[in-house]
Design a protein around this ligand. Structure first.
Ligand SMILES: [Zn+2]
Length: 255
């Protein structure tokens, strides 16, 4: 659907690059128009009316004009700033990570209003737990990953073996990113990774439960690592690349 010549949208900056003397090229994620690339002219000048409204982790109301190659940001007004995220290394790394996920998974001009809502809610969660030792920040990321996969049609199968369609018994299983989910012990072949029963249970819980209903789980580091690795295998399989922000996040977690 072509954009109208001038349109308003609420959104976030996912990525930005300095351009020319004072401009920036932005990758935006908006609720109504999906991912779009735009130029903010003069935004690096302190006198710019846009300056301060197009910062990372800031929900802004935008007015854009359709350009030939890039849209042009003509107005921006910050509506919500996640300042605690910016002040906490792990939370900032986590926020950049979900921004990179959206940037890599979404095509331009393909609106995903539910995913946008989830993105906003996840930033609020990361902001709320910033600087604390709460495992809820970790949960918020796994919840985001699973719901993102869901929204894009890559929901991992966790009830039936994705190879033979038999219900999974309560025992350790395998997991194949290529086949799209859990595989039963009979179907484990080269390429399937082990998936413990506790990890399968947590993944099912995250996939099938609203955020507010999720119990406060305290998971052992080894189990958290297994769940992370399972989801990363799926993400890497679909993106066919490593995410730069994932490496940062791993470092942040081990400080
Ligand atoms: Zn099977």
């Amino acid at each position: 659907m072509p954009h109208p010549r001038v349109y308003s949208a609420e959104g976030f900056v996912l990525r930005r690059t300095d351009y020319g003397e004072a401009d920036r090229i932005l990758t935006l994620f908006t609720g109504t128009h999906g991912k779009t690339r735009a130029i903010a002219k003069g935004v690096r000048r302190t006198t710019s009316r846009l300056a301060g409204h197009l910062e990372p982790f800031t929900r802004a109301q935008l007015l854009l004009a359709t350009g030939r190659d890039l849209d042009i940001v003509t107005q921006a007004e910050a509506r919500e700033r996640f300042e605690r995220i910016a002040g906490d290394f792990w939370s900032a790394s986590a926020a950049w990570y979900i921004a990179e996920l959206v940037d890599r998974f979404l095509e331009d001009a393909d609106p995903h209003p539910r995913l946008y809502q989830l993105f906003v809610e996840t930033l609020r969660r990361l902001d709320g737990y910033a600087g604390t030792d709460s495992p809820r920040g970790w949960m918020a990321l796994r919840f985001f990953e699973l719901r993102l996969l869901d929204a894009l049609g890559y929901r991992p199968g966790l009830r039936l073996c994705v190879n033979c369609d038999q219900p999974l018994r309560p025992e350790n299983q395998g997991y194949s990113a290529e086949k799209g989910g859990a595989v039963c012990p009979d179907c484990m072949r080269y390429g399937a990774r082990p998936l413990s029963l506790p990890a399968l249970k947590v993944l099912r819980l995250l996939q099938g439960t609203d955020w507010a209903e999720l119990p406060r789980l305290k998971l052992e580091p080894a189990l958290r690592g297994e769940i992370e690795a399972t989801l990363q295998a799926t993400i890497r399989y679909h993106l066919e690349r490593e995410l730069k922000s994932w490496a940062f996040l791993q470092q942040a977690a081990h400080l």
